[in-house]
Design a binder for this molecule. Structure first.
Ligand code: B1M
Length: 207
């Protein structure tokens, strides 16, 4: 089996130890670090995303795969120029003000990172001015908002208005259990139901 294929399978199994030892071996043999990312890690996480979407993998397994991928990335990073690390866009993401649910939002963050976005994760209970300043500072391609309460989801509209008032040109993505595609349409945002489709949609938006 090719070493990229093996690496990809270790990622899918969330086997951090094997991911790390295989990458160490490959780096010692001077394999191109960018190839290790693109042909091994990214492909593996793509499979994880697809399996999660169709219910073949669940949250804890996805977290293990993401952790294994991140451990691999940490090993590779010193071997490449920061500017060569693939990055297809920048996203600012947070759970909106008044809302402390961050498990789903963190999963979306991880999936977007593994789809090679630079993600600025603002945490939870995030007021609109923080979204505005982070989007400005980072010239964000995407502002992503998560809400799990019917009482907090309406704040997404306030965030979008505040970004527009500040002259920010970006695309808005929203998600969370109470969110519907209709609500997203109404406030001018894109809805996705889960972390994997969020990462796929984000890729489409920046293409
Ligand atoms: Co809370 N809670 N909670 N809670 N909690 C819910 C959401 C609730 C549905 C439970 C219930 O009553 N059945 C209910 C909301 C009811 C409503 O408003 N309609 C509820 C409530 C009422 C509350 C409190 C008010 C309870 C109280 O204190 N009386 C309180 C509110 C606190 C606050 O936020 N101010 C509260 C507190 C908490 C805990 C702190 C205890 C804890 C959160 C811990 C944490 O996140 N660090 C918690 C939890 C764990 C839940 C449930 C059980 C699980 C949520 C979760 O993590 N799911 C939840 C019940 C449920 O959903 N079954 C519930 C797993 C996660 C992977 O899924 O977050 O949906 P999810 O994320 C998905 C998608 O939604 C999507 O992708 C993710 C991954 O696939 N997605 C996006 C999410 N964000 C996205 C953004 C995107 C795209 C996709 O683009 C940017």
């Amino acid at each position: 089996m090719s070493e990229y294929r093996e690496l990809k399978e270790h990622v899918v199994r969330g086997d951090e130890g094997r991911v790390v030892s295989q990458i160490e071996t490959m780096l010692n043999r001077d394999v191109n670090p960018l190839d290790i990312i693109q042909k091994g890690l990214v492909v593996g996480m793509g499979i994880v995303g697809d399996k999660f979407s169709i219910g073949e993998m669940f949250v804890p397994e996805v977290l293990m795969s993401a952790r294994a991928m991140n451990a691999g990335m940490d090993l590779i990073k010193p071997h490449i120029d920061e500017k060569d690390i693939p990055n297809i866009g920048t996203a600012v993401i947070g759970t909106v003000k008044g809302d402390l649910h961050d498990i789903g939002k963190n999963l979306v963050t991880m999936m977007m990172e593994t789809a090679v976005f630079k993600v600025i994760n603002l945490g939870c209970d995030v007021p609109k001015d923080k979204f505005v300043s982070a989007a400005k500072e980072n010239n964000a391609d995407i502002v992503g908002m998560s809400a799990m309460l019917t009482t907090t989801m309406t704040y997404m509209d306030d965030i979008i208005e505040a970004c527009k008032e500040a002259g920010i040109e970006t695309q808005y993505m929203i998600g969370g259990a109470p969110i519907t595609p209709e609500y997203a349409n109404k406030i001018g945002a894109v809805y996705t139901a889960d972390a994997s489709s969020a990462a796929n949609k984000a890729k489409e938006l920046v293409e």
